[in-house]
Design a protein around this ligand. Structure first.
Ligand code: ADP
Ligand code: ZN
Length: 216
């Protein structure tokens, strides 16, 4: 299965991706996670990416595309992959298409997680993430029973630098300008499936299951 999860920040891509990875055994490739890991390690890529991330801007396409192409070469991608946070611009989508074509393969589907801006702001401004295992909490809707520690692993939970209201609004503007054109791009290819991401998270799983069913 080669799937893209598309949608605004805060649509729940990361949470959904974790269950998909578990169920289908395909790697979850989050460009945001890879960038954050590079920032943490202080790698040259991380130092460069951070300038954009902290402002809620996109990292330049050439950096992202080569990073993703490297990742897709890893052996765990032979059976498929789930992309989260990529592509985010038309040039990225086109680059992905030519990459896949050069490998003689195509995408199975693009799942659009639909959610309104105010829900996004509410979700992200309360989001807390475990530094150790990545478990996601919400200060109001889903607080950790262990306070500032992760319920699962005891790791420290923290608020991402870009999860402040000002930066969130900026990320939404960037999404509407740069990423929404991908919706018609994939619609025209006939592989887009929109699901309501404000309702139950089961919707997304159902969409993926029907993608799988149509395949076999
Ligand atoms: P979000 O919650 O906004 O979807 P991500 O964790 O996917 O956040 O990404 C965080 C930041 O990393 C983005 O705001 C952007 O600066 C950078 N980033 C991640 N993926 C991409 C991409 N495909 N193209 C450009 N920048 C990206
Ligand atoms: Zn944890």
């Amino acid at each position: 299965m080669k799937i893209i999860l598309l949608g605004p920040p805060g649509a729940g891509k990361g949470t959904q991706a974790a269950s998909i990875r578990e169920k289908y055994g395909i790697p979850h490739i989050s460009t945001g996670d890879i960038f954050r890991e590079n920032v943490r390690l202080g790698s040259p890529l991380g130092v460069e990416a951070r300038k954009y991330m902290d402002a809620g801007q996109l990292v330049p396409d050439n950096l992202v595309v080569s990073m993703v192409a490297d990742r897709l070469e890893k052996p765990d991608c032979v059976r498929g992959f789930l992309l989260d946070g990529f592509p985010r611009t038309l040039p990225q989508a086109e680059a992905l298409d030519s990459y896949l074509t050069s490998k003689g393969t195509v995408l199975d589907g693009v799942i659009l997680l639909d959610v309104d801006d105010e829900t996004v702001v509410l979700r992200l401004s309360g989001r807390r993430v475990c530094r150790a295992c990545g478990q996601i909490y919400h200060s109001t809707f889903k607080p950790s029973r262990s306070g500032n520690r992760c319920e699962v692993c005891g790791g420290e939970t923290y608020q991402r630098d870009d999860d402040t209201e000002k930066v969130i609004r900026n990320r939404l503007t960037v999404y509407h300008q740069q990423t929404t054109p991908l919706i018609s791009f994939y619609k025209e290819k006939g592989i887009l499936r929109a699901v309501d991401a404000k309702a139950s998270s089961g919707n997304v799983m159902n969409a993926i299951e029907s993608l799988c069913a149509n395949r076999s």
